[in-house]
Design a protein around this ligand. Structure first.
Ligand code: AMP
Ligand code: ZN
Length: 114
């Protein structure tokens, strides 16, 4: 996708703090962090949201979460806990149409979310 900000970050056409990458997944620091730790874990493949995911995307979706868990572990977030979130569509507050898992930690989160 030519005008997708996350595709540009993945292709190094836009600066970002990349904290992890492999052949399938890239993780960056959120530019407007909502917690002491706020990372975004995304596939290299452009998928607008979970709505477009197909059964064949299952392994990639699993990787997004296992990478999020690994990054949380490395940041000593396991004992107290952390939150993983995917916003899908306007009512959920999705603002970037490239699938991403938010991994937030370092403070208490309330439920239900706002
Ligand atoms: P969502 O609202 O769920 O689509 O999440 C999009 C997230 O991307 C927000 O938390 C933004 O702060 C973050 N974001 C937008 N642009 C950038 C950027 N250039 N680098 C890092 N994070 C970004
Ligand atoms: Zn994209």
């Amino acid at each position: 996708m030519d005008n997708c900000i996350f595709c540009k970050i993945i292709k190094r056409q836009q600066p970002a703090k990349i904290v992890y990458e492999d052949e399938e997944v890239v993780a960056i620091e959120d530019i407007r962090p909502q917690a002491p730790v706020h990372l975004l874990v995304m596939p290299r493949k452009h998928l607008p949201s979970l709505k477009e995911a197909e059964n064949s995307d299952g392994p990639m979706l699993g990787r997004l979460f296992t990478v999020a868990a690994q990054l949380a572990r490395e940041r000593q977030l396991e004992a107290r806990g952390y939150r993983t979130v995917i916003n899908n569509g306007p009512w959920a507050g999705q603002t970037v149409d490239h699938l991403h898992v938010h991994m937030l930690g370092g403070r208490v989160f309330h439920w239900p979310p706002g």
